[in-house]
Design a binder for this molecule. Structure first.
Ligand code: NAD
Ligand code: UD1
Length: 335
């Protein structure tokens, strides 16, 4: 199949493109480069030994999307383009609704006109909100506690309504848990601008001595060691989940939401210890106050993905830390 990846030069998009090529698909990248760099495409060429077409454009540009779908004879779209900062989403809600929700509607209009009706959408475990029970399964109530999560939930609702109105659409919304790690080559990975908000990139910067110390946000939660617990998933496992989703759409109609997680929770201290093992030295940390809006613990019931997509995450926490560190060292050398 020929797959268009919106947000294709971003962290998850670049890894997903590589997994799709490895599975025998052709890909076209579409991105406005608002949170990524064109240089990643060269790295992707090195990894895949292929030239990958890239269109620089915004998903809000329906006309350019339409032309791209037609010109490249696209069969299916993986829609990863979006803004993802929880903090920014509460400061700039209109930007977030415009970019994420209106951007998706623009894409759907272009796809409809071009007759491309297979779509995989990047949703998030953030749609669940405060856990009523754990692990979260796909039937768990969805009451997101931040604007970012509400943009994802609204998009899911648009997609469900679309499929209800026209059964020729086939759509999967993948609810990601906590993607971390990098491609084994260490050539591509997560490279946030400024001081990272998320744990793994922060730990990597402390390991590289770019930041002096890790602040652990709370050690008094009702978790196994008092620190927050999350379902960290290796980005290459996540990427392979997308190709499994594309395969599913070839033979199945309708709309489904599916968790992509490992089904296990690790604490902040587990992750720090694992990273220290890779590094061979200590990560300096201090216990700081809880971060506002943090949940103590959440993780996926990953059984639906196994049942429907025949997909399971298999890479370890150590592998997540190891590849993060290889990528970090490589990007330091390059900078
Ligand atoms: P990322 O920022 O690295 O990638 C997103 C890409 O989309 C970037 O390259 C950016 O330039 C592009 N983009 C943003 N707005 C655009 C627009 N209007 N038009 C065209 N391109 C646009 O983020 P990521 O971590 O790779 O996330 C990919 C998707 O997965 C996002 O939709 C995000 O909300 C979702 N997601 C991410 C996580 C995570 O932890 N990384 C978790 C759950 C869901
Ligand atoms: C955050 C987002 C979530 C998003 C996810 C993507 C918030 C409130 N939630 O989730 O919407 O889907 O990223 O991966 O921002 N921690 C520290 N010190 C740090 C950073 C984090 O102790 O410097 C702790 C946190 O308190 C948490 C754990 O590490 O317990 C993971 O944090 P993080 O990587 O930010 O992910 P989430 O909070 O799960």
């Amino acid at each position: 199949m020929i797959i268009l990846l919106t947000g294709g030069t971003g962290y998850i998009g670049s890894h997903t493109a590589i997994a799709a090529i490895a599975a025998g698909h052709q890909v076209v990248l579409y991105d406005n480069l608002s949170n990524s760099h064109a240089q990643v495409i060269e790295k992707m060429h090195t990894i895949t030994h292929q030239k990958i077409p890239f269109v620089q454009g915004d998903v809000l540009n329906t006309e350019l999307l339409y032309k791209t779908l037609v010109e490249y004879k696209i069969d299916a779209v993986i829609h990863l383009a979006g803004l993802k900062s929880v903090k920014d989403s509460s400061e700039y809600p209109i930007n977030y609704y415009h970019n994420n929700v209106s951007g998706t509607i623009s894409l759907l209009q272009a796809m409809s006109r071009a007759g491309v009706k297979k779509l995989v959408f990047s949703s998030s475990a953030t749609v669940y909100g405060e856990p009523q029970y754990l692990p979260y399964d796909e039937n768990h109530p969805t009451t997101p506690i931040n604007v970012y999560g509400r943009t994802k939930l609204q998009i899911e609702e648009v997609l469900r309504d679309l499929v209800d109105s026209d059964s020729t659409w086939r759509i999967l919304a993948l609810r990601y848990f906590n993607p971390v790690g990098a491609h084994a080559s260490g050539l591509i990975g997560e490279n946030p601008q400024g001081i990272p908000n998320n744990l793994m990139p922060y730990v990597a910067q402390v390991a590289a001595k770019e930041l002096p110390i890790l602040h652990i946000f709370g050690d008094d939660y009702a978790t196994k060691d008092g620190t927050g617990e999350r379902d960290y998933i290796h980005v290459m496992d996540l990427a392979e989940g997308h190709t499994a989703a594309i395969d599913y759409l070839i033979n199945h109609e309708g709309f489904r939401c599916i968790n992509l997680g490992t089904g296990s929770a690790f604490s902040v201290l587990d992750l720090v210890k694992s990273f220290e093992h890779v590094l061979g030295s200590k990560i300096p940390y201090q216990i700081s106050p809880r971060r506002h809006g943090d949940l103590p613990k959440y993780f996926a019931d990953a059984s639906l993905a196994h049942e429907l997509l025949n997909w399971k995450a298999h890479r370890s926490l150590l592998d997540m830390c190891h590849t993060t560190w290889i990528f970090k060292k490589n990007s330091k050398k390059g900078s």
